[in-house]
Ligand binder design. Structure first.
Ligand code: CDP
Ligand code: MG
Length: 751
């Protein structure tokens, strides 16, 4: 979600009408290939056509007649050919040769580590093999986890296609706020975070016969926690099969963790990759990347190009520059088909990166880290690697999490290079020096668990009854500082009591798949009688930052349209509420979105999120009530979750955070950025660091609320103003809660 601040920086947005029609076009194109959920009628047709086709061909064969309708016959032909091609393709994947051996190993061992080069067919094939081998006949499912949502969706779509079934039927996916599975689903691709949530409802995972923890080498937080949990489950469920799959060769670590589980290696075919370095460091890697891509396109033999960038905004910028610059190349030069891929790219457009370029044309894929191992794109001969990625980093001291652009690690750079050598010899152009590779790049990527805010994870662990966090079987334990901070935060939110146990509030919070602060705000909304409104705000914030768009040529009108939702300087939270309410009143109209410079895609997503949260609200028995225009009630509920995210204006107009005394500013995209005079106290949703540190989603706050809402956290200073209590003063209770959870004494002895 941090990626998505293009419009905040101004002027990067495309004209909406243009984008929409292009999107529509792409959606139409991709629907034949990929099925999406219910909205997607074309894919339904496709399935019908395919099933019909089989019937049709059968009955025609029986009657000894040819189909009469030529067009239908052609269409059926195409589908049948496509299926046949897909089945042939499956057999060419490296894993295919090892199918029987692998199934035998799985039958003999409960836990297996599977290692194979990216693209060898681990993700798409192994669950199918298990399904074909009868692992689902007793009604149990196969779970295959992915650290990235896009990978889960796209792989599920591919596998559904290979199996000739409609996505969401036998093969489905489950990601946060989107469940594309049904009663029929037996092969379930899901984000690792979703499996972690399922643990809460089903601690022994009975509905699964096989769990594949895929992309384990990525070491995402959720995968790391799952590793510990499934290891435990496997002990008392001997019938459960566990596969840990990794693209890199340091499988020994996984094997060690699972008590010397056997490692099954799928020998990859990897062609030679020529690596080229720049002679001197590049001043601007985006410029250098564009130049390199164009140069490759004009000078090199056919073969597609894969360029690694750090995020959506960068990808959009490069896409725009490349489009502009290739327009002027003339007819002598082949066409360059530009395909972006990043986490927030709409599902419908993701299919495009897998489509081969038309004859004579060359494809360039602009990708984030996702193309490093999660997704394999065929036909890449050239990789351009600036050597950077966005990494999450977390400071337990200040409690801020930020996404920073950093050099990748050596193994990452090598993975990236390897993407060019899958189908033939490849070339990798590194936009950094060889010296920099050897001297500046880390030998290993630090696991996410060691650089993230752990509040959410700790909350889940507590809900699973894991009270003593130190004895949890972490593959690499998180830093004690981070655990302490998470426990303090949860205590401050009222999710834990002084014995470090989950409170009723905490149990309700766990049910909501949101950041603990937002979950708390929603739980607190009950008290303020405005659950409907807070739910809407929460859904809007979860749907992404791209609520508004701002075409260059209409920037002023767009700004005015946006500011209208903030009339009376109600603040960004209420402004989001206003957007949603008006959109709903318009009958969820796309035209309304166009007229008000609102992204209809984000709105539809917010509606989906909201629907899911409404169902969960019933489960935790929070009454749905509307505050009927009482904005302060909504602001108070938000503050009940975000009371640590407050800042006070200083004389010079900048703000200082109450918590850690950092100097911050209101994000330019905020409706509160141009308010005169600026509010004295504000509560914000998050801090983002770009050119400086900004508060995003800002609402004015009455300081006395802090004393009312969070008396355990704030006390009055000598000017009758709230100031955060010192950690110690926040109560011996907090210390006790953490001590119990960490068995502090043991903990520090161990360290
Ligand atoms: O998991 P692993 O990296 O070993 O390979 P995979 O993801 O199973 O990919 C196997 C093949 O399926 C590759 O050749 C991909 O190009 C293809 N694939 C695809 O065409 N479309 C997808 N959405 C996913 C995979
Ligand atoms: Mg894979």
């Amino acid at each position: 979600r941090h990626d998505d601040d293009s419009e905040a920086r101004g002027g990067k947005g495309k004209a909406f009408s243009e984008q929409e029609s292009w999107e529509d076009q792409q959606i139409r194109k991709s629907q034949l290939q990929f099925g999406a959920k219910d909205r997607d009628h074309a894919s339904e047709e496709y399935e019908l056509v395919f099933d019909d086709a089989v019937e049709f061909v059968k009955s025609a064969a029986m009657a000894g007649t040819e189909p009469e309708d030529d067009e239908l016959a052609d269409e059926i032909d195409t589908k049948v050919t496509l299926q046949r091609e897909l089945q042939d393709q499956r057999k060419t994947l490296p894993v295919y040769k090892f199918k029987d051996e692998l199934l035998k190993a799985i039958a003999e061992h409960q836990i297996i580590i599977v290692v194979g080069e990216t693209g060898s067919g681990k993700t798409t094939q192994i669950p199918q093999y298990l399904h074909e081998a009868g692992y689902t006949t007793n009604g149990q499912k196969i779970a295959c986890t992915q650290p990235r949502r896009v990978a889960a969706m796209s792989v599920a779509a591919r596998v559904a296609q290979e199996m000739g079934v409609k996505l969401g039927h036998e093969v489905g996916y489950s990601i946060r706020f989107e469940d594309c599975t049904s009663e029929k689903t037996v092969v379930k691709y899901m984000t690792d975070g979703m499996l972690l949530r399922e643990f809460l409802g089903e601690p022994d995972l009975t509905s699964y016969g096989v769990v594949v923890l895929d992309e384990a080498h990525e070491r995402s937080i959720s995968t790391d926690i799952l590793l510990g949990l499934v290891k435990d489950v496997a002990r008392f469920r001997p019938d459960l099969k566990l596969l840990i799959s990794s693209a890199t060769l340091n499988a020994e670590k996984f094997s060690d963790f699972f008590d010397m589980a056997p490692v099954f290696k799928i020998p990859g075919r990897r062609y030679k990759v020529d690596i080229h370095y720049t002679v001197a460091p590049e001043a601007d890697y985006v410029d250098a990347a564009v130049a390199t891509v164009l140069q490759l396109h004009v000078t090199q033999l056919p073969g597609d190009i894969l360029l690694f960038l750090t995020g959506q905004q960068e990808i959009e910028t490069v896409e725009e520059i490349l489009r502009r610059r290739t327009r002027g190349l003339g007819t002598k030069i082949a066409e360059l088909v530009i395909c972006p891929i990043y986490a927030n790219l709409p599902t419908e457009l993701q299919a495009k990166i897998f489509e081969p370029a038309p004859p004579g044309a060359r494809k360039v894929v602009l990708a984030t880290n996702i193309a490093e191992t999660s997704l394999t794109i065929d036909g890449i001969s050239y990789v351009v690697d600036p050597g950077f990625c966005k990494v999450k980093s977390y400071s337990p001291r200040t409690g801020t999490e930020s996404l920073l652009v950093r050099p990748v690690s050596k193994p990452s750079a090598d993975q990236r290079a390897g993407r060019s050598g899958r189908t033939g010899p490849g070339k990798c152009f590194r936009l950094f020096t060889e010296h920099s590779y050897n001297k500046d790049m880390e030998d290993q990527t630090v696991p996410e668990i060691q650089r993230s805010n752990l509040a959410s994870v700790v909350l889940s662990l507590k809900a699973l009854g894991i009270n003593d966090l130190v004895s949890f079987d972490f593959m690499d334990p998180p830093a004690s500082e981070g655990l302490l901070k998470a426990l303090e935060d949860l205590f401050a939110l009222g999710a834990l009591n002084s014995r470090g146990e989950l409170t009723k509030t905490g149990r309700r919070m766990v049910e909501l798949p949101l950041d603990p602060m937002m979950a708390k705000a929603i739980v607190a909304s009950e008290r303020y009688g405005c659950s409907e409104e807070v739910l809407t705000v929460g859904s809007m914030l979860s749907a992404g930052n791209a609520v508004f768009y701002r075409p260059k040529d209409k920037a002023l009108i767009a700004d005015a349209a946006r500011q209208r939702f903030n009339a009376g300087n109600v603040g960004d939270h209420i402004a989001l509420l206003n957007v949603y309410t008006e959109w709903e009143q318009s009958g969820h109209s796309a035209q309304w979105c166009l007229d008000h410079f609102v992204q209809s895609r984000t709105m539809r997503r917010a509606r989906d999120v909201r629907e899911q949260l409404v169902a969960l609200l019933e489960r935790v028995e929070i009454e749905r009530r509307s505050g009927a225009g009482d904005h302060d009630a909504v602001r108070k509920a938000i503050t009940a979750g975000y009371f640590r995210n407050t800042a006070q204006r200083r004389r010079d107009g900048s703000y200082r955070t109450a918590k850690s005394w950092r100097t911050v500013s209101v994000h330019p995209s905020s409706g509160m950025a141009r308010v005169d005079p600026p509010p004295r106290w504000v509560v914000y949703h998050e801090l983002v660091e770009t050119t400086k540190e900004y508060m995003r989603q800002v609402t004015e706050l009455k300081p006395e609320w802090l004393l009312e809402i969070a008396p355990h956290y704030y006390q009055e200073n000598n000017l009758n103003k709230p100031k955060p209590k010192k950690a110690r003063e926040q109560g011996a209770a907090a210390a006790a809660a953490t001590e119990r959870s960490l068995s502090l004494n043991d903990f520090f002895n161990v360290q």
